[in-house]
Design a protein. Structure first.
Lengths: 116, 153
């Protein structure tokens, strides 16, 4: 259980670290429009294929991007597993606070009714 | 250019029909918490709460429908100003092993014969993450949730 927790934390750390770089965010923006090859991603940045590949590798390690060989090229796509991790926490806390405030309000309303 | 140290903040308010002292005590007393936390649930499930209400003390709350599906939240008390304010550091753990640490600031203010209880939870991922979500990934889902968020001051 502890091991699983540490792994999950590390995955989130990797996702946030990957997103801290503007070049990598730019790659995600471009992939948000659709899949692209390494060459297509490199072209607007003026970066070498090797330099671009390193950024893609960081994004892939963080689970933000997936890549697959298509013919002679490597195609990149958005991968949202890690982002889903973050989103699940946002949803979790939203539901938790709604439940807490609903319960607290109901409890104190009942208490007030009992006292009167 | 946004400040990279900025974090997302969740804020929710509710007018509760009781005095600030009554709301504060109901919110912090573990036995009362067990009652109101289970009050509106369809199924009884499991709710366990232990609390050491002092600065540096810890409250551990565990709940879920069964032993295999428990969620645990461990809060460390940072500020206790009864009945006005309670500040904690919170770490939540879900059944799959994921966890997230946030800060929770709860205020209890006199309002219209009741108490305006305001929860401010901060420490969620960066603004860049929010912008990424909102623009490229989950526009519909994020739009529904963004109403609960605002940038930290």
């Amino acid at each position: 259980m502890v091991h699983q927790t540490l792994e999950a934390d590390t995955r989130l750390d990797d996702a946030f670290a990957a997103l801290s770089d503007s070049t990598r965010r730019g790659i995600l923006v471009q992939l948000g429009k659709g899949p692209a090859t390494i060459g297509e991603l490199a072209e607007p940045t003026g970066m070498t294929l090797t330099g671009l590949k390193k950024h893609v590798q960081v994004l892939e390690d963080a689970g933000l991007v997936t890549t697959a060989k298509v013919g002679r090229s490597r195609e990149c796509r958005l991968g949202s597993e890690r982002l889903d991790d973050v989103m699940s926490w946002v949803n979790f806390y939203q539901r938790l606070w709604e439940r807490r405030l609903d319960g607290l309000e109901a409890y104190l309303t009942l208490q007030r009714g009992t006292d009167e | 250019m946004s400040d990279p140290t900025e974090t997302l903040t969740l804020t929710m308010s509710r007018l509760i029909p009781a005095t600030p002292a009554e709301v504060f005590d109901a919110y912090t007393d573990p036995e009362k918490q067990k009652i109101w936390f289970s009050l509106l649930s369809d199924e009884p499930g499991i709710v366990e709460i232990e609390s050491d209400l002092r600065v540096g003390g810890v409250q551990t709350a565990t709940w879920g429908p069964s032993r295999d599906e428990l969620i645990t939240e461990v809060q460390t008390f940072e500020v206790i100003d009864r009945p006005h304010r309670l500040v904690t550091t919170s770490r939540g753990h879900d059944p799959s092993g994921n966890s997230m640490e946030t800060q929770i600031d709860v205020t209890f203010e006199d309002a219209d014969g009741g108490t305006m209880m305001t929860v401010t939870q901060s420490g969620f991922p960066t603004v860049e993450m929010r912008d990424f979500f909102s623009t490229y990934v989950m526009v519909g889902a994020f739009d529904r949730i963004v109403a609960f968020f605002e940038r930290a001051a």
